[in-house]
Design a protein around this ligand. Structure first.
Ligand code: FAD
Length: 372
């Protein structure tokens, strides 16, 4: 089976890894678009605190989070030992009113179905700051032991390398965007600068650009870009490698940390941004003022960089995932929105199985890629 995957973000990379592992002849193509989401994403894996009331989304996100350790172990077995995934825990900070209690009840109700949440404990004054020293003093918090973080760039790169070792052909080149090619209701491959690369199936994992990519098939995938600006701060000399994720309940913004004395403060959620990938003064001010109000100890750090990513956002919060009705051989995997680094590995694996004609591991009905 010749399979072309368009998009080497977390979704396409995971798809290539799974499909090549299942024996498909995979070609992975990416035009390295400015604003590709995986290169900017924060990397928080903690779906259990979400107030989103959509059982299909939650089940998918929960399953994706549960499967992460097995994915990381599998990559480790194949020589990809350091992909930056770490279970560092999360601090859910109290906001006005009783949000901490609400979150506690929400998580308590979810623990039976998701034991990977781990221990959940209320931290008193000072304990939270011990775990994340730049925090303002006296911040009460719920500690969720099972939360993790991952650097999307490193994980996607590791998946691509592992796919290549399984025999996948990797074609990444900013000058060569792929165009879908179809004839008589089935895909024939993609063309790159006018040259047709033939395939039996094509997975469209092109993030916020997926709608334009599938248009030649005469179908509409409703996905739009939502800009996120996110700031990286250096804290010279600090061992940040095990600092927890910080989720302030009042703002929707967050903090997390990686090895190398690096703290990440995110992020804007700019609906209607289009494909504009500029860093704006307003975006920077929003991210920094939220970060410093929660963690004033960051104020003397070093501003290292601002990343900008375009989240692929569908008509609702659920992924757009599965075979496209009426176009043989076309599978879509996008619409992962603000949770794509959590859900991307699972979405990619599901898309790989669908493209190879294998039965799905889960009910795809809620994820119809053509819904509006
Ligand atoms: C600021 C920010 C913070 C985030 N934080 C988190 C978080 O903490 N936790 C979480 O779970 N998720 C987070 N996300 C969401 C997550 O990053 C995205 O949902 C996810 O990365 C989407 O991955 P993708 O592979 O579907 O798309 P992308 O990463 O955008 O990849 C799509 C790829 O397709 C390629 N492409 C497009 N068109 C073509 C074409 N015609 N030919 C060839 N190639 C093409 C592009 O170059 C691109 O590389 C965040 C996102 C942002 C922006």
């Amino acid at each position: 089976m010749r399979l072309i995957i368009v998009g080497a973000g977390i979704t396409g990379a995971a798809c290539a890894y799974t499909a090549s592992g299942l024996g498909a002849q995979v070609t992975l193509i990416d035009a390295e678009r400015p604003g590709r989401a995986t290169a900017a994403g924060a990397g928080i894996i903690c779906p259990w605190t979400s107030a989103v009331d959509d059982p299909a989304w939650y089940d998918f996100a929960r399953t994706a989070a549960r499967e992460y350790p097995a994915l990381i172990a599998g990559l480790d077995d194949q020589g990809e030992a350091d992909v930056s995934y770490r279970r560092v825990g999360a601090l859910f900070l109290a906001g006005p009113g009783d949000q901490l209690d609400q979150a506690r009840q929400r998580i308590a109700a979810r623990i039976a179905g998701a034991p990977e949440i781990g221990e959940v404990s209320l931290l008193d004054d000072g304990q939270a700051q011990e775990l994340f020293p730049p925090l303002r003093p006296g911040a009460a918090a719920l500690h969720i032991a099972g939360a993790a973080r991952v650097d999307g760039r490193r994980l996607a790169a590791a998946l691509v390398r592992a796919a290549a070792r399984h025999g996948a052909t990797i074609r990444t080149d900013p000058a060569r965007a792929a165009t879908l090619s179809c004839r008589a209701g089935r895909v024939t491959g993609v063309s790159i600068n006018g040259d047709l690369v033939e395939a039996d199936a094509v997975v469209a994992a092109a993030g916020a650009w997926t709608g334009a990519f599938v248009a030649p098939a005469g179908v509409t995938v409703n996905v739009v870009p939502q800009r996120g600006q996110i700031v990286h701060i250096g804290l010279d000399g600090a061992d940040t490698s095990r600092w927890p994720v910080v989720l302030p309940s009042a703002t929707g913004h967050y903090l997390l940390a990686f090895d190398g004395s690096r703290v990440v403060a995110g992020a804007t959620r700019e609906a209607g941004s289009g494909y504009d990938v500029r860093v704006t003064p307003g975006g920077l001010a929003e991210v920094l003022s939220n970060a410093l109000s929660v963690a004033p100890g960051l104020s003397q750090g070093t501003l290292l960089e601002t990343r900008v990513g375009l989240r692929p956002v569908g008509p609702d919060i659920r992924p757009l995932l599965g075979p496209v009705a009426g176009v043989d051989g076309l599978v879509v995997a996008t619409g992962l929105g603000a949770s794509g680094l959590t859900m991307g590995p699972l979405a990619g694996a599901v898309a790989a199985r669908a493209a190879l004609g294998l039965p799905p591991d889960l009910d795809l009905a809620p994820f119809d890629p053509l819904r509006s």
